[in-house]
Ligand binder design. Structure first.
Ligand SMILES: [Zn+2]
Ligand SMILES: [Zn+2]
Length: 284
């Protein structure tokens, strides 16, 4: 049986684990020659089908954690450079080609080939990348049904008190991280948005501010989709306008890289006095 099919061999394994799984030195050498197994460094091997980030983390000397673990788990994460890798507090960081890793030292067990659990990764993101990054991945985890109530409780116990409000504020129906970022940031201005609002004749919109302003956040689409989608958006906006709504639309570039313009647009609408009736609260 080829090594890669041996049940007990994980995607990343040390020589002693391979030996314990009954892999001979000769079989290992053969598998490396055939490309089924990749030698990461002396004594550490990866199956060729192990995800590239998992292999790189192991080459660095640890396992994926923080933003990289969240991304590996399929969550939306804020942009970041380099892999975030948990390394045992006594373990060595290894040099490897193209290393831009962010090392997280930990006293918890580090198992090559594994990653931080989602709840652990959220805590790591909070400490490493801040509350906003944590919130966006938290809502992404909730939307995918990947956080149990026990996980939320676990987070509530471990999160610093000043961040615990996020667990209450987080929703399980955010369609993208952009929606999470928009809601999170406008809250800092005391602006409360109603999310996923059904407007008769228009359909479901991302957010309504007050009773007359619609905020929509557009994801990234391919060109052909984009043309069709633009037409649909224009029709929606026209129907909404007929019902007395204004619509503001923002895309990834604006929310992520040009927040001042987004904020000024929303505050500008509020400043006109047209949308202040409901939904604006000042936090003490
Ligand atoms: Zn590295
Ligand atoms: Zn990190």
């Amino acid at each position: 049986m080829p090594i890669t099919q041996k049940r007990r061999v994980r995607s990343i394994a040390r020589t002693d684990e391979l030996r314990a799984a009954g892999v001979s030195a000769r079989a290992l050498a053969g598998a490396v020659r055939s490309g089924a197994i990749i030698r990461l460094r002396r004594g550490v091997y990866a199956r060729a089908d192990a995800p590239i980030d998992v292999r790189r983390a192991a080459a660095h000397g640890g396992m994926l954690c923080c933003l990289s673990a969240a991304r590996q788990a399929g969550l939306w994460v804020v942009e970041h450079a380099g892999l975030h890798v948990a390394i045992g507090h006594r373990d060595r960081v290894h040099a490897h080609p193209g290393c831009r890793c962010v090392t997280h030292r930990t006293v918890r067990p580090v198992v090559l080939g594994r990653r931080s659990s989602i709840r652990r990764a959220l805590l790591e993101i909070l400490r490493c990348a801040g509350d906003e990054a944590c919130f966006a991945s938290l809502e992404s985890a909730l939307a995918r049904g990947l956080l149990s109530s026990a996980d939320r409780e676990w987070l509530g116990i471990r999160m610093p008190a000043q961040h615990r409000w996020m667990l209450e504020f987080a929703r399980d129906d955010a369609a993208s991280g952009l929606e999470s970022l928009l809601r999170f940031r406008l809250r800092a201005d005391g602006i409360v948005l109603q999310a996923q609002v059904e407007i008769p004749g228009v359909g479901r919109v991302d957010f309504v501010l007050g009773d007359r302003l619609i905020l929509e956040v557009d994801g990234v689409l391919g060109h052909a989709d984009a043309v069709e989608s633009r037409h649909k958006d224009l029709v929606r906006d026209a129907i909404a306008a007929g019902l007395g709504f204004d619509t503001l639309r923002f895309d990834y570039e604006m929310v992520v890289r040009d927040w001042p313009t987004v904020r000024a647009a929303v505050l500008g609408k509020l400043g006109l006095g047209l949308h202040v009736s409901v939904g604006v609260l000042r936090f003490g």
